[in-house]
Design a protein around this ligand. Sequence first.
Ligand SMILES: Nc1nc2c(ncn2[C@@H]2O[C@H](COP(=O)(O)OP(=O)(O)OP(=O)(O)O)[C@@H](O)[C@H]2O)c(=O)[nH]1
Ligand SMILES: [Mg+2]
Length: 337
Amino acid sequence: MKFVDSASIFVQAGDGGKGCVSFRREKYVPKGGPDGGDGGRGGHVWLRTNPQLTTLLDFKYKNKYIAVRGVHGQGARKTGRDGADIVIDVPCGTIVRNTETQEIIADLTGEDQELLIAKGGKGGRGNQHFATPTRQAPRFAEPGQSGESLTLQMELKLMADVGLVGFPNAGKSTLISVISAAKPKIADYPFTTLVPNLGIVRYEEYKSFVMADIPGIIEGAAEGKGLGLQFLRHIERTKILAILIAADSPDIALEYQTLLGELAKFDEGLLHKPRMVVITKMDIAAEDIEIPVLDTSLAVLPISAVSGQGIKELKDELWREVSGRIRTAEPAEEGVG
Ligand SMILES: Nc1nc2c(ncn2[C@@H]2O[C@H](COP(=O)(O)OP(=O)(O)OP(=O)(O)O)[C@@H](O)[C@H]2O)c(=O)[nH]1
Ligand SMILES: [Mg+2]
């Protein structure tokens, strides 16, 4: 099983360059004053959120980030160059912990958010700074300071408004592909989606919301069946859940209960989120399909990604819920997302 939504990396900022010990040498001035320049600062290490990213998978292949040190100072008061900074791109929604203390350093939820995670060491001062009336020829300079280093534990909980939940093959990726610009892989076998996809759904002019498509879940996911429940962490912060069930399901009510059961095993709080049911693949539904009443307060929307049936109504309903314009009988519980 791939754990793409957590990763551990080591970051080390550069050390500062050494200050220089040097004395001015000019023609006719046999013994000039101290002119040793300062060392440059070591390179910093930054984290930066990149809305294009939806997994921490890249860190499986590269998990050490070491910035270079500052250049040492030189004679003639020449300051050494600073070491180049390293910027590490992470997805929005990355929670960063110090592995050693387990303390949360940051929850990077914004777009293009930057965080200085390891500070480069200051350069040492050159001997030009240490001359005094009684010590006109200091033969020493400061060393550079060490750059910070630490091991980070990162966990991703994607930032999205709507989370799609359903059995494999329910049509989650197909839905996100027709209502957003996301182009996920779609196929008629289970577990096509292995990493989450995010799509921006445009609604009228200037309005939009973000939808997350995650791998399918099956009965027993809590015990590790299928891809397990690890991806459910990505819907912990969504405002609402859309539960997708295919119209050709052998038992819609049972499928619904099974999904809720698995959600609850992962996090009871997920059941407190507002949710709706989307019956997909209506174009291949039996003529006499009867959609059972699952819950009287629940919106149930029949759609077909193929014919376009119900897509507009679904977008309307999603927008209403996401923008919080209507409140259902039960107030949406705060603090679970
Ligand atoms: N006829 C019809 N087929 C659909 C519709 N939506 C999806 N499908 C088909 O159902 C199959 C599964 O679709 P996906 O979108 O990959 O399903 P998924 O829920 O993302 O599946 P996993 O990623 O495996 O969890 C594909 O063959 C789709 O073409 C629909 O509205 N009508
Ligand atoms: Mg899929």
